[in-house]
Design a protein around this ligand. Structure first.
Ligand code: SAM
Length: 263
């Protein structure tokens, strides 16, 4: 009686388990939830995934299986406190190592724009690990995620370094054209479509873009080279790039980060 997999989001005091249960195990789902609660004393609620991530907010549907109906938790990620309710906003605890990597690259005095900022895990990790950063503008379209981002800024005591902006990246970025050293684009389904906006946000001298994308492993190199060659011609700038696998997504398909340096 084992579910395919489950994630635990939260802290030592209160966490939620998010479980995938195959159709064959459907009639045992209550026992599975009980077993999870028994095994992990900090887990107070068990949710079952009932859809893929969908829509603009990239949230999914869940069925509540057992425990406390209040599924709001504070997740601890490399020393950052992230308050969220997985039923209301996007959050993936599996991406913590990638956020730590990015926060380790940032240099003092940078102005950074985080598109698709969600509840703020990228800006908060960066502000914590590189306290000499100048500012981090963080744009997000889901009002509930922006409320959590504001709360997370308070919880982590990072003052006014992170500027939360509620809105669509298409509009919200205009104010920051030509002002940023680095742009982070964590919307793997669609990020390439926002590349022009990200590029416009960089300072005249250039800068860095971290673009997340989902691609089949046998074509990721070729497809990225092709896209970047087209971009080089279009913007007439030098572009160096690196492709990094972040996580597996589905068989032979992964989530990648394309680190771009534009000069
Ligand atoms: C894949 S999630 C990433 C969230 C966050 N960066 C994280 O790592 O947890 C993408 C986020 O982008 C937001 N989003 C989607 N389209 C957007 C747009 N056009 N402008 C601003 N935010 C958008 C969604 O609401 C969602 O919270």
């Amino acid at each position: 009686m084992r579910p395919k997999s489950y994630d635990i989001i939260g802290s030592k005091e209160k966490a939620v388990a998010i479980v995938e249960i195959s159709d064959e195990l459907k009639d045992q789902e209550k026992e599975i939830a009980e077993e999870i609660l028994k095994t992990h004393k900090n887990v107070k609620s068990v949710l079952k995934k009932t859809s893929e991530r969908k829509g603009v907010f990239r949230t999914r549907n869940y069925e509540f299986l057992l425990g406390d109906k209040n599924t709001e938790v504070i997740h601890i990620e490399h020393g950052c406190k992230l308050k969220l309710d997985p039923q209301k906003v996007y959050f993936s605890s599996r991406e913590g190592t990638e956020r730590l990597r990015i926060s380790g690259i940032v240099k003092p005095k940078e102005t950074i724009l985080v598109m698709f900022a969600g509840i703020g895990p990228y800006p908060i990790m960066i502000a914590k690990k590189q306290p000499k950063v100048k500012k981090i503008i963080s744009i997000e379209i889901n009002p509930m995620a922006v409320e959590y981002m504001k709360e997370n800024i308070r919880l982590n005591r990072i003052g006014d370094k992170v500027i939360p902006v509620l809105g669509n990246v298409k509009e919200g970025c205009k104010e920051w054209f030509g002002k940023c050293d680095r742009v982070i684009m964590p919307l793997p389904q669609d990020a390439w479509n926002f590349f022009d906006i990200a590029y416009k946000c960089l300072k005249k001298k250039g800068g860095f873009i971290h673009l997340y994308t989902i691609e089949k492993e046998n074509i990721v190199e070729d497809e990225t080279k092709k896209t970047i060659n087209t971009l080089k011609k279009k913007i007439n700038r030098k572009i160096k790039f690196n492709i990094r696998k972040v996580l597996p997504y589905s068989p032979r398909t992964n989530k990648y980060c394309i680190d771009l340096e534009i000069s």
